[in-house]
Design a binder for this molecule. Structure first.
Ligand SMILES: [Zn+2]
Length: 138
């Protein structure tokens, strides 16, 4: 989060951002996010099989951002106030960073069950950027 993403890069990656794609390692079967690079589990430099996760997971870490957000989140923070961000471990085992939505940021805790939803993240160069966020499930 916080890195500038150019429009061409954004459009190229749009598909996976909307769909939330994991890479299944052909060597050990671990699920990786992002779905490229080296397997986080066995370090194999292999071509991952793209897998769509079921979309539910568990909060592993959470931080409430109430000031000093990256510049592209200024508008969001002004509009929404404090927000929670953190790390979610999906049911498949992959861990990924994300923002939490549809909840009071102070009520997100480690161990909470969440599900992935696609939401507007912020606007850059006049184009709304969408990405995956997590919302609590009962
Ligand atoms: Zn592996």
């Amino acid at each position: 989060m916080g890195a500038y993403v150019s429009l061409p890069t954004w459009w190229r990656s749009n598909d996976s951002r909307y769909r939330l794609v994991l890479g299944k390692c052909p060597e050990c079967g671990a699920h990786n996010f992002p779905a490229e690079g080296v397997c986080a589990s066995c370090n194999a430099d292999a071509d991952f099989e793209e897998v769509e996760p079921e979309g539910t997971g568990t909060v592993q870490a959470v931080t409430v951002i109430s000031g000093g957000a990256p510049p592209e989140f200024d508008e969001y923070q002004t509009r929404e106030g404090a927000f929670a961000t953190g790390i979610v471990e999906l049911a498949e085992g992959a861990r990924l960073p994300g923002m939490f939505c549809d909840c009071d940021p102070s009520e997100v805790s480690r161990g909470d069950r969440v599900e992935a939803v696609v939401r507007r993240l912020y606007e850059q160069e006049g184009v709304p950027r969408y990405g995956v966020k997590f919302r609590p499930v009962e």
